[in-house]
Design a protein around this ligand. Structure first.
Ligand SMILES: Cc1cc2nc3c(=O)[nH]c(=O)nc-3n(C[C@H](O)[C@H](O)[C@H](O)COP(=O)(O)O)c2cc1C
Length: 171
């Protein structure tokens, strides 16, 4: 898939087939996340591949959105070290930005591999950390189910038009 095709085809998928994604595909999408740019190349992100059924179940419980989702076979949980990132000249911490860039690399790479994802930001961080023995000093900033979608979705249509969001020269 060409890059712009990938961008158009990435959607949030919430109903998954039980089939486990292939190991090579998982490795390629993790590699795409690894190559993401970060503040001063601090590389503060890490990823937990969750495939054991009891761990997958624990993540679903921490997400608590089962009414919306049908179970996926696995998750990738994104972790970031605040300390390994930076603070910008306005005093804003950048670990969330670092995380967002790298996790979106992962999500787009999954799309290019024909896999379905759904970025999840609403979850109980404490429960996820307990389930996966993540030390306190790390933050869990996002996670995604990974698998094959039961249904395909078309291209994105529900976005503001460019003329509403682009300004030339001045706001
Ligand atoms: C940072 C972030 C957090 C999100 N958290 C959730 C979530 O907790 N649960 C959910 O069902 N979707 C979540 N989404 C998916 C958005 O609802 C979705 O991206 C948006 O509605 C646009 O739809 P699309 O991804 O299909 O283009 C999240 C997306 C982002 C980028």
């Amino acid at each position: 898939m060409d890059f712009y095709e990938v961008v158009k085809m990435r959607r949030s998928f919430r109903v998954y087939k039980p089939d486990m994604p292939e190991k090579e595909k998982i490795e390629r999408i993790l590699e795409a996340a690894r190559l993401g740019p970060t503040w001063a190349n601090g590389q503060p992100c890490s990823y937990i591949v969750v495939q054991e059924p009891e761990n997958v179940k624990a993540i679903w419980e921490a997400v608590g959105q089962m009414q919306k989702f049908a179970e996926a076979p696995m998750f990738i949980v994104g972790v970031v070290s605040e300390k390994a990132s930076g603070t910008n000249s306005n005093g804003e911490k950048y670990y969330g930005v670092d995380f967002g860039i790298c996790f979106e690399h992962l999500i787009l790479a999954a799309t290019a591999e024909g896999l379905a994802t759904c970025w999840i930001g609403w979850f109980n961080e404490k429960k996820v950390k307990e389930a996966l023995t993540i030390p306190d000093k790390y933050r869990v900033m996002g996670l995604t189910p990974l698998g094959y979608s039961v249904k395909s979705k078309g291209e994105i249509t529900d976005r503001k038009p460019l003329e509403k969001i682009v300004h030339y020269e001045k706001f």
